[in-house]
Unconditional design. Structure first.
Lengths: 178, 232
């Protein structure tokens, strides 16, 4: 009885993405044993890591006997499909990746890369975290963030709108409002 | 003979210096006038005459934001449209082409009023500074060539660096009276507290006629900027 229960157990995927960057610190943090344990505790069953140009290779696992199934790849043209099938997204701080995930309404943890020289990226992640649209973490406290997060408390993000700017541009150029 | 020449030269030189001073003064006045006049909205223009528009596509998130803006602008007003992206960025023009193709499909126009161009970047990531002097010169010459061909009336840009040379050249065209173009700069959504370097340059030098930011904190810091809310 228990076995059949396991077989039909719903797949809950955690998708980690670093985009086109090299962000080994995040891949390494996602591959850590205690983080995987934390994900299991929260009911996730699969971990898929998009590792980009990084050189750290995570350990694959088929996920037998109740452990977390882990897989990875470097790049894919179907990132959107992976995002859609995920129950939780852990992403680098690129704006494209952040807004694509938010628009899909997926719970999101953004991990800021502290090795980047011009680290303006943390600005956006921190602002959106303040507005409760996502969680913002660093590689070293990602595990703690997962352990303490409450996904229910996240607020859905309303996609932005370009009409105010179009109005200003038209008005400046002397085109009538319509 | 020699002494006469010398005498003539010393006769001329005060005049010559006056000419230079007058020319410089006129030049500075013209630059100040252009700076003053930039940022003033158009009032006396045929309202429905289309304006040739240069769209500078930044890459990645920048391109996505720009295409969002374009999707709500009336295409009949902004035509023809010239799209420019960095030569190393092959995704941006592809995305713009796709968007233009969908416009032609839905509007039923046979011909698209869009052109697509690539521009050299002055410096690639990791390139040495010595070789970048040479590549910068080539990039500037190429930008000049493109701008002379396009002479856009409207420039839409949102960083990063690719748009700066084009905007500076557009400003020089304004000073020289070649073409008056209106420059709209939209700071990226990723900038919450500080402007990007491109944004800061175009804001401080008053090259951008209209400067838009997507977060209220930035607007408070840069009062000439307009807050337009999030584009994404």
């Amino acid at each position: 009885m228990e076995e059949t229960g396991d077989a039909v157990k719903e797949k809950k995927l955690v998708f980690v993405t670093v985009g086109t960057t090299c962000f080994d610190a995040l891949v390494r943090a996602a591959d850590a044993q205690d983080l995987k344990g934390e994900l299991l505790k929260r009911g996730y069953t699969h971990l898929l890591i998009q590792m980009g140009r990084g050189s750290y290779i995570p350990t694959k696992s088929a996920g037998e006997d109740g452990s977390l199934a882990v897989d990875y790849f470097t790049f894919s043209s179907s990132i959107a499909d992976h995002l859609r099938s995920a129950s939780l997204v852990i992403s680098h701080a690129g704006s494209g990746s952040i807004f694509e995930t938010l628009r899909l309404g997926k719970p999101l943890i953004v991990v800021v890369n502290e090795d980047l020289m011009d680290n303006h990226q943390s600005e956006l992640a921190e602002e959106l975290a303040e507005r409760k649209h996502l969680y913002c973490a660093r590689p070293q406290n990602l595990c703690h963030t997962i352990a303490s997060m409450n996904l229910e408390s996240l607020l859905p993000y309303c996609p932005g709108d370009a009409t105010p700017i179009a109005k200003l541009i038209n008005r400046f150029l002397g085109f009538p409002d319509d | 003979m020699e002494s006469r020449n010398g005498c003539c030269f010393s006769d001329l030189s005060p005049n010559f210096i006056t000419y230079i001073i007058v020319a410089l003064a006129i030049g500075i006045l013209r630059v100040l006038y252009v700076m003053y006049q930039s940022g003033k909205p158009f009032r006396h223009r045929l309202p429905e005459q289309p304006l040739s528009t240069l769209v500078v596509l930044g890459s990645g998130g920048h391109t996505a934001e720009m295409l969002n803006v374009l999707s709500v602008l009336q295409k009949g007003r902004f035509a023809p449209r010239f799209y420019v992206a960095a030569a190393t960025d092959n995704m941006s023009l592809l995305k713009a082409r796709r968007m233009e193709a969908s416009i032609t499909e839905t509007s039923g126009f046979k011909e698209t009023s869009a052109q697509f161009m690539q521009i050299y970047r002055s410096r690639e990531v990791g390139q040495s500074y010595i070789t970048s002097v040479w590549t910068t010169l080539i990039a500037i010459a190429h930008a000049f060539w493109l701008m002379i061909r396009m002479r856009p009336q409207v420039i839409l840009c949102n960083g990063p660096g690719t748009c700066v040379p084009l905007c500076v050249i557009a400003f020089l065209f304004k000073v020289a009276g070649i073409r008056w173009s209106t420059i709209f700069y939209v700071e990226s959504i990723a900038r919450v507290k500080r402007l990007s370097l491109s944004g800061l340059l175009l804001y401080q030098l008053r090259i951008a006629d209209q400067f838009y930011v997507q977060w209220p904190k930035l607007q408070r810091k840069y009062p000439r900027a307009h807050y337009v809310g999030c584009l994404m």
